[in-house]
Design a binder for this molecule. Structure first.
Ligand code: ATP
Ligand code: MG
Length: 548
């Protein structure tokens, strides 16, 4: 089975290779380094790198860095790191800005051939005429004048935004994108990679096809919002092939697929930047975010993200994917690899009145349905913590946990029964209980059988933990519902609990992912957790219904 699920794109690629249209499949992942990658990008990464692997081709990481004002080296480095973390190795790491010279030469060719002109119209005026399907008054400048003006633009003689170079296609074209699109603009700003060499910068529609063509890309895959731009893509290539050192053939073709859209979150760098810069989250790797580095810090494995992309498929249907599906895939990924241990999020102390000293139980890491061996010593003592929600003074019908007159089994250990409840200011402060003798790991012989099993830790041995529980970042499926997305932020997207975990975790590699029984999947926060001050992230809760 390939990495990329069968889809219209794998069909096109197969056919093109079978019919010998290209010697080799070449794709690229072309992020603009103006922010961090999010899980939406993962679809594009898996598609492009996956196709190259499946079909013995090549895939480059190429920074689509044609906009000096928003791009940064910091973003470029983070993008590469994230791509590698996802499990892909670029054949080459390339920069669109390395082709500025070539793109400029190509623009001179277009001008000389009467296919491009310098326009002096202010931006709004140009938009208005384009909308009305009318030509610019500068459209019929002579080749000489255009050449001179464009060269002076490039030499920095004119202020930012004062002139543009436009393709001379058709001001009345039914596809708006073809109404003499802008190819170059003036920006007096240094570029993080190209330095201060340029003051004219190419627009996406002009730059992208050239980047692909220069690199010998065969299939240029992008998201559906570029469907109408495909006509410009083809125009640029058809008008420049065989010129400026570009080959006559083969040429790249653009194909569009639907972007990944996920419920209860935002997948747009612009909105993510607002969340980070507005202080609504701590940083780009805040585990509440859908960025790849946030998912990574939260504890999601790259395997799960690749599987999520596979399961959601590649198509031209723009469907909203439910967050539940991502959670499901993450659980499926962790279930067979996460040893089961005990921890308590919201501790309630239980003092055992008929128990002294301590015992160490060999507790298996794995449930019966996972064919794995392994156990750890788990300490038991006269003082325990249980989950506050596992006790009820006035239990509802069908209560299976601890309550007056009701026994409960402690996972891997004894059956206990309640003796006394110590209250303080109307709240339960402490429970007194006794162990039912002879019930360690066995069924109790006398008295009512326990109805349920609860988790616990030994208060004498457990390690204090700051637990960080992550919930949906937005309260609504669609964050934009009813107005600005900031209004739908979930104030409880992060909940902190001060609890405990059994001591065995200190013996494990720091990056071990666990299932805390009955609570969910957790691991130590890679940034903040230290052996003497553990911090654990909840990667994903257990499935609803398995939590009781
Ligand atoms: P954003 O909307 O987050 O700013 P973008 O499309 O501007 O995203 P780019 O850096 O241009 O971000 O994206 C690099 C590649 O990833 C592009 O080919 C783009 O189509 C693709 N991509 C971006 N977002 C998604 C998404 N949600 N689903 C699938 N592919 C995506
Ligand atoms: Mg973009």
């Amino acid at each position: 089975m390939g990495i990329v699920p069968e889809c219209f794109i794998t069909e096109i690629v197969e056919k093109d290779l079978r019919e010998g249209r290209y010697e080799k499949l070449r794709t690229r992942f072309p992020p603009e380094p103006n922010g961090y990658l999010h899980i939406g990008h993962a679809r594009s990464i898996v598609l492009n790198f996956g196709l190259a692997q499946d079909f013995g081709g090549e895939c480059n990481l190429r920074y689509d860095d044609t906009n000096p004002e928003t791009e940064k080296e910091e973003y470029a480095r983070a993008i590469e790191e994230d791509v590698r973390w996802l499990g892909f190795t670029p054949d080459r790491v390339l920069y669109a800005s390395d082709y500025f010279e070539k793109m400029y030469e190509c623009a001179l060719v277009l001008i000389r051939e009467g296919k491009a002109y310098v326009d002096d119209l202010p931006e709004e005026e140009m938009s208005r005429l384009r909308a009305e399907g009318k030509p610019s008054p500068y459209r019929d400048r002579s080749v000489e004048e255009n050449l001179e003006l464009f060269q002076r633009m490039a030499q920095g003689e004119f202020p930012t935004g004062s002139r543009v170079l436009r393709a001379k296609i058709d001001p009345t074209h039914p596809n708006f994108k073809l109404r003499d699109p802008v190819l170059y603009r003036i920006v007096h700003a240094p570029h993080y990679h190209a330095g201060d060499r340029w003051v004219v910068y190419p627009m996406y529609d002009y730059a992208h096809p050239l980047e692909d063509f220069i690199e010998g890309v065969s299939h240029s895959l992008c998201t559906l919002e570029f469907e109408n731009n495909r006509a410009i893509y083809d125009w640029v290539i058809e008008n420049l092939k065989g010129k400026c050192g570009l080959p006559e053939s083969p040429r790249p073709y653009q194909y569009e697929f639907a972007r990944l859209d996920l419920s209860h979150t935002v997948l747009s760098k612009r909105k993510l930047i607002r969340l980070v810069e507005g202080g609504y989250v701590s940083d780009w790797d805040d585990p509440r975010l859908p960025t790849l580095r946030a998912l990574r810090r939260r504890g999601v494995r790259p395997e799960a993200i690749r599987e999520f992309v596979r399961r959601t498929g590649i198509s031209r249907n723009e469907a909203l994917i439910e967050m539940e599906l991502l959670e499901e895939v993450v659980r499926d990924d962790l279930n067979p690899i996460a040893p089961r241990v005990l921890g308590v999020l919201d501790p309630l102390k239980v003092v055992l009145t008929n128990y002294d000293g301590e015992e160490w139980v060999q507790a298996p890491y794995w449930p019966r349905d996972i064919p794995k061996e392994g156990a750890r010593p788990l300490p038991f003592s006269s003082e325990l913590y249980i989950e506050r929600s596992d006790f009820s003074l006035t239990p509802p019908k069908g209560w299976k946990r601890l309550a007056p007159g009701q026994r409960v089994r402690l996972r891997h250990a004894y059956v206990i029964e309640l003796e006394d409840v110590v209250e303080e200011n109307g709240a339960v402060k402490l429970l007194k209980a006794r162990v039912v003798p002879g019930t360690l790991g066995a069924n109790p012989e006398e008295g009512p059988k326990p109805k349920g099993v609860i988790h616990w830790v030994s208060a004498h041995h457990a390690l204090p933990v700051e637990f960080r529980l992550y919930n949906r970042l937005f309260l609504t499926k669609d964050p934009e519902e009813g107005g600005d997305f900031l209004r739908n932020l979930n104030p409880l997207a992060l909940e902190v609990r001060r609890g405990f975990v059994e001591p065995s975790v200190l013996q494990d590699p720091k990056d071990t992912r666990y299932q805390l029984e009955r609570l969910g999947y957790f691991w130590q926060d890679p940034v903040d957790s230290r052996p003497e001050a553990l911090v654990m992230n909840r990667i994903v809760p257990l499935k609803e219904g398995y939590r009781a």
